[in-house]
Design a protein. Structure first.
Length: 242
C-alpha cells in the first residue's frame, strides 16, 4: 500500500521540480507540459522510489536524444514533430500509462512482480514508439503502411520501416537492460519487456493507421494506448508465461 511520508513527498517534489524546470529551460516542454510532468513524476516517485523512477527517466532521455538527432534534416523534410515545447496532452499521453501501473503497484502488493513488469513494459513501448518514429523518418526508403503494406510518405501515421522497427527493438532492449542493471528486474522480466514493448509499438502503428488517420484519435491518445497495451502485455507474460 502507498505510505506517504513528509520526507518522501519533499524528495519527490524536489526531484520532479528540478527535472521539470530543466525540461522547460531546454524547451522540451512548455509550461503546461512542465506542470503535468511534475505531477506524473511525483506520482511515480511516491508510488515507487527513485530506483524505479530511473526507468521512466531513461525514457525521457531517450526521447530527447532521438528527437534532437538530425533535427535540421527532419525539419527540411517536414517529418519533425512540432518544434515548440510539448504541452500537457503530449506529456499525459506518454506519462499516464507508467503512472497507472505505478499506482497499481503501490496498492496491489500481491501482484507487484506482474505490475512491475507492466510498468517497465509500458515505458519500453513508449520509448520504442519514440525511437521508431524519430529514427524511422531518417530511412532512405519510404515506409510501408502496416495495414496495406503499400509504400507511403515518411511521417505518415501507421507507416513502418525496417530502420524504425530495428530502432524500436534496440530501445526496448535498452530499457529492459537498465531495469536488470539497477536490480529491479530479472532475466525473465527482461525478455517479457522486450516482447511487450515491441507489441505496444506494433499496436501504436496499427492505431495510427486506423483510428488516428481516421481523425478519431490524436497522437496523444495513440501514445496512451501504446503504453497501456505494452504494459498489459508485459503483465500477461509475467503472470501466464513466466
Amino acid at each position: 500500500m502507498i505510505s506517504i511520508t513528509l520526507e518522501n513527498f519533499i524528495i519527490a517534489l524536489i526531484i520532479s521540480l528540478a527535472l521539470g524546470l530543466m525540461a522547460y529551460k531546454t524547451k522540451v516542454v512548455d509550461k503546461t507540459g512542465m506542470t503535468s510532468g511534475v505531477v506524473v513524476s511525483m506520482g511515480i516517485l511516491i508510488c515507487m522510489d527513485v530506483k524505479f523512477f530511473t526507468i521512466f527517466f531513461t525514457f525521457v532521455i531517450i526521447g530527447a536524444i532521438f528527437t534532437a538527432y538530425k533535427w535540421k534534416k527532419k525539419v527540411r523534410e517536414k517529418t519533425a514533430e512540432k518544434e515548440e515545447g510539448r504541452g500537457i496532452s503530449n506529456v499525459l499521453g506518454n506519462g499516464l500509462p507508467p503512472l497507472i501501473f505505478a499506482l497499481a503497484y503501490a496498492v496491489l502488493p500481491e501482484q507487484n512482480l506482474a505490475l512491475l513488469c507492466g510498468y517497465i513494459s509500458a515505458v519500453a513501448a513508449l520509448a520504442a514508439d519514440t525511437a521508431s518514429s524519430e529514427i524511422g523518418v531518417l530511412s532512405k526508403s519510404k515506409p510501408i503502411m502496416i495495414t496495406t503494406l503499400k509504400r507511403v510518405e515518411k511521417g505518415t501515421d501507421g507507416g513502418i520501416s525496417i530502420l524504425g522497427t530495428f530502432a524500436g527493438l534496440l530501445t526496448t532492449m535498452l530499457v529492459a537492460a537498465v531495469a536488470v542493471i539497477i536490480g529491479i528486474a530479472n532475466w525473465y522480466v527482461f525478455i517479457a519487456v522486450i516482447f511487450a514493448g515491441n507489441f505496444g509499438n506494433f499496436v501504436d502503428s496499427l492505431i495510427g493507421a486506423t483510428l488516428e488517420r481516421g481523425k478519431i484519435f490524436g497522437k496523444q491518445e495513440t501514445n496512451f494506448v501504446c503504453g497501456i497495451s505494452g504494459g498489459l502485455c508485459g503483465m500477461f507474460l509475467c503472470l501466464v508465461v513466466f
